[in-house]
Design a protein around this ligand. Structure first.
Ligand code: URA
Ligand code: ZN
Length: 385
């Protein structure tokens, strides 16, 4: 890509390590991987709306090819799009579905696999350790948490262990938390561990909205993944972080740092409305009710606790995001690779999903902010060296 600033850092890019896919292959309920006997690409069934018995197994879910697990494919994708550094994360649904007694082992295995992967790629890119970040392709990672583990102590232990792995730069987490959403009081020790260790949380959707929101199970038949991905995902993120806010999580943990996927879903656009509804809510003590309610303003939380990725595919969304974040210095470029590949199957070329975001960034900001959003902010915020 000509005339692009460097480094370019992709903070929203996923992997399924081979060990994770093998674990999904052994399962028969969502999430699972099905290998068609025909030898066609494996199918990944991760959304419950995909697991429709009227669809033949070989066509259920989505194809999952080598771009999900082969790092050579990701490096080729990075090279093609001028990306110098990727902060990789396990894709949804992470480890949320595991039986409690398996969670700790799998979290360690996946996190160790990611750490070893980053170390190997970075060593191969710079055996002497003399090249600057913008002169080579490098990897860092967000770790996964054993959220279904039988005790919060196990989760906190993994948060602390991740701080000792040199390539880890935070954790990725879905919106269900321990299974009850992110306003669950059971998460208090986890928020405390994350805040105390200054661990950035990359908050990412998976569960979407119930089928009923889109007209029932037929919606997927008619419109495929458009409704759950275009609307379900961003609303899920918006609801999750608003529940955290309403429960006072940001009041109690003012040092918590959360990076929201897809530019915060619809949070930047709805922040004013959320603020207004809180101000008018009679349930809250400030208005004579019996519930504490949030003490900090949504705008304050957005400007101090929240970072947003720039994966919003258009100028209007990006401008709402930068306005809400209080400046371009809290916005970070991402691709969501390997989701949304080119439909002609030619993955070794330009991806529309990536160029759309590049264009939106380039047309929304001046040169200095473009360079910051594409890489400078990530280098600073994630301490990439
Ligand atoms: N992007 C993701 O990260 N996950 C999906 O399931 C779809 C798009
Ligand atoms: Zn993603």
């Amino acid at each position: 890509m000509p005339n692009m600033p460097r480094p370019i850092v992709d903070i929203h890019t996923h992997v399924y390590p081979p060990s994770y896919l093998d674990m999904l292959r052994a399962r028969k309920t969502v999430p699972y991987v099905h290998d068609p006997p025909s030898g066609a690409a494996s199918r990944l069934i991760i959304l419950s709306s995909d697991d429709n018995p009227s669809i033949p197994l070989d066509q259920r879910g989505r194809p999952v090819d080598s771009s999900y697990s082969d790092i050579a494919v990701k490096l080729a994708f990075m090279r093609w799009h001028g990306i110098t550094t990727s902060v990789v994360s396990l894709a949804n649904p992470w480890l949320d579905f595991l039986a409690p007694d398996e969670a700790e082992t799998w979290a360690k295995r996946i996190n160790d696999d990611l750490e070893v992967l980053c170390a190997r790629v970075n060593r191969e890119a710079d055996p002497e350790g003399t090249r600057a970040l913008h002169e080579k392709e490098t990897l860092f990672a967000f770790g996964a948490l054993p959220l279904s583990a039988p005790s919060a102590g196990i989760i906190a232990k993994e948060i602390a262990r991740l701080k000792t792995l040199p390539h880890m730069r935070g954790v990725i987490m879905g919106t269900s938390g321990l299974g009850k959403g992110l306003d669950d009081p059971g998460l208090e020790p986890i928020w405390a561990a994350l805040a105390d260790t200054e661990t950035l949380v990359f908050l990412h959707p998976h569960y979407g909205l119930p089928d009923a929101a889109f007209g029932g199970p037929d919606a997927t038949d008619r419109y495929g993944h458009v409704l759950p991905l275009a609307l379900g995902f961003p609303l899920e993120t918006t609801i999750a972080v608003t529940r955290m806010l309403l429960a006072g999580v940001f009041d109690r943990f003012p040092r918590l740092k959360i990076l929201l996927a897809h530019s915060g879903g619809t949070l930047p656009f709805l922040a004013g409305r959320i603020e207004s509804c809180i101000a008018h809510e009679r349930k809250f003590i400030a208005n004579g009710g019996d519930t504490r309610g949030p003490q900090r303003s949504v705008w304050d939380v957005l400007k101090t606790n929240i970072f947003l990725d720039a994966v919003v595919y258009g100028e209007a969304g990006l401008k709402a995001a930068v306005h809400a974040a209080g400046g371009a210095d809290r916005l970070l470029f991402g691709t969501d690779h390997p989701f949304f590949p080119p439909l002609d199957g030619k993955e070794d070329g330009e991806w529309l999903s990536v160029t759309t975001n590049y264009k939106a960034i380039n047309s929304s900001f001046g040169d200095e902010d473009v360079a910051a959003v594409l890489g400078g902010n990530a280098v600073r915020i994630l301490d990439l060296k």
